[in-house]
Design a protein around this ligand. Structure first.
Ligand code: NAD
Ligand code: UDP
Ligand code: UDP
Length: 310
């Protein structure tokens, strides 16, 4: 049984991770400032004697004793990370420094939830870990992209300079139950719109692509990475390589909800990446991991969740 800190533990991915770690018999300290996370995401865990929930902002130091740290705290939806961009960069950079300082002092292993966004609008397709990326340093997404890039730099320097045991995970678009209905990301937006009988908002022509991973697959990959040998530091891509246009996603959501709604076009946000697909060769060879849930199956489960909770 380990003592495990999950930052951003009341968010979408964090709540699934806390649940999974508790299920494996570990003690879980969930830290969150509730910027985008919700207490209700972890309400079913509160009764467990191995679960503790702490309101805390990781841009401030945190002194606790732990064996492992999963650093997930950071808003992930463009709408939310652009709402207070300075705070987003602080969360990524100061948050990483504090959590790495904590890992250094306690000799805990630490995993960083990095992102495919560090590849920016990529000219290499699919994206391999060796690709350096193409990010607009001054654009509206930079607070997130550059913050996450700097966090990766800090992780690799704490590893080289201080011998901290690190794991860098580059997460590609992930969806599933417990996404906030107001999250603003595409899968939850489309499902919530369809279920409410509202038009589906397609940004631009809808020909941009993403590759969507179901949350259970993602969490499995995250835990395998944390438990991998110490020399597997990453970065390592975790995502589902099946790539779809946003128009195709909208059509699938209409099919799964049975909704009779229109598609409306809205302006394409600045610097919106045109295509994205993970190369997961490294995850397959180093972690023996690959996704198992198809987009159709994942959408079915996610639509079920939103039908029950909306
Ligand atoms: P989310 O917004 O649901 O969760 C983020 C959590 O972090 C929220 O609970 C929020 O309240 C908390 N948080 C934000 N700033 C904080 C701070 N300063 N101190 C403490 N807590 C703070 O998003 P998610 O999808 O669960 O993403 C989790 C992590 O995974 C993020 O780091 C995100 O960048 C990364 N990621 C997610 C995806 C995805 O598709 N879901 C893709 C790439 C990377
Ligand atoms: N820190 C923390 N918890 C700890 C240890 C450190 O929050 O248990 C923070 C501390 O505020 C510090 C940061 O992590 O600013 C980086 O720590 P490190 O030891 O690398 O740097 P230093 O303390 O020398 O600045
Ligand atoms: N998108 C869309 N309609 C929406 C929300 C998003 O067409 O209501 C598009 C968005 O422009 C982007 C893609 O869907 O091309 C994925 O957006 P999301 O915000 O989910 O993630 P990210 O852009 O960070 O991959």
């Amino acid at each position: 049984m380990k003592k495990i800190l999950v930052t951003g533990g009341a968010g979408f991915l964090g709540s699934h991770l806390c649940e999974r770690l508790l299920g494996e018999g570990h003690e879980v300290l969930c830290v969150d400032n509730f910027f985008t996370g919700r207490r209700q995401n972890v309400a079913h865990l509160i009764a467990s004697p191995n679960f503790e929930l702490l309101r805390h902002d990781i841009t401030f130091p945190l002194y606790v004793e732990v064996d492992e740290i999963y650093n997930l705290a950071c808003p992930a939806s463009p709408v939310h990370y652009q709402f207070d961009p300075v705070q987003t960069t602080k969360t990524s950079v100061l948050g990483a420094i504090n959590m790495l300082g904590l890992a250094k002092r306690t000799k805990a292993k630490i995993l960083q939830a990095s992102t495919s966004e560090i590849y920016g609008d990529p000219e290499v397709h699919p994206q391999t870990e060796s690709y350096w990326g193409r990010v607009n340093v001054l654009g509206p997404r930079a607070c997130y992209d550059e913050g996450k890039r700097c966090a990766e730099t800090l992780f690799s320097d704490y590893h080289r300079q201080h011998g901290v045991k690190i794991k860098i995970m580059r997460i590609f678009n992930t969806y599933g139950p417990r996404m906030n209905p107001d999250d603003g990301r595409v899968v939850s937006n489309f499902i919530v719109q369809a279920l409410r009988g509202e038009p589906i908002t397609l940004y631009g022509e809808g020909i941009q692509t993403r590759s969507f991973c179901y949350v259970d697959d993602l969490i499995e990959g995250m835990i395998r990475l944390m438990n991998s040998p110490d020399d597997v530091t990453g970065p390592i891509n975790i995502g589902n390589p099946s790539e779809f246009t946003m128009r195709a996603l909208a059509e699938k959501v209409i099919e799964h909800t049975g909704a009779q709604v229109d598609l409306v076009h809205m302006p394409l946000p600045a610097d919106d990446p045109r295509q994205r697909q993970p190369d997961i060769t490294l995850a397959k060879t180093k972690l023996d991991w690959q996704p198992t849930v198809s987009l159709d199956e994942g959408l079915r489960r996610t639509v079920d969740y939103f039908r029950r909770t909306l």
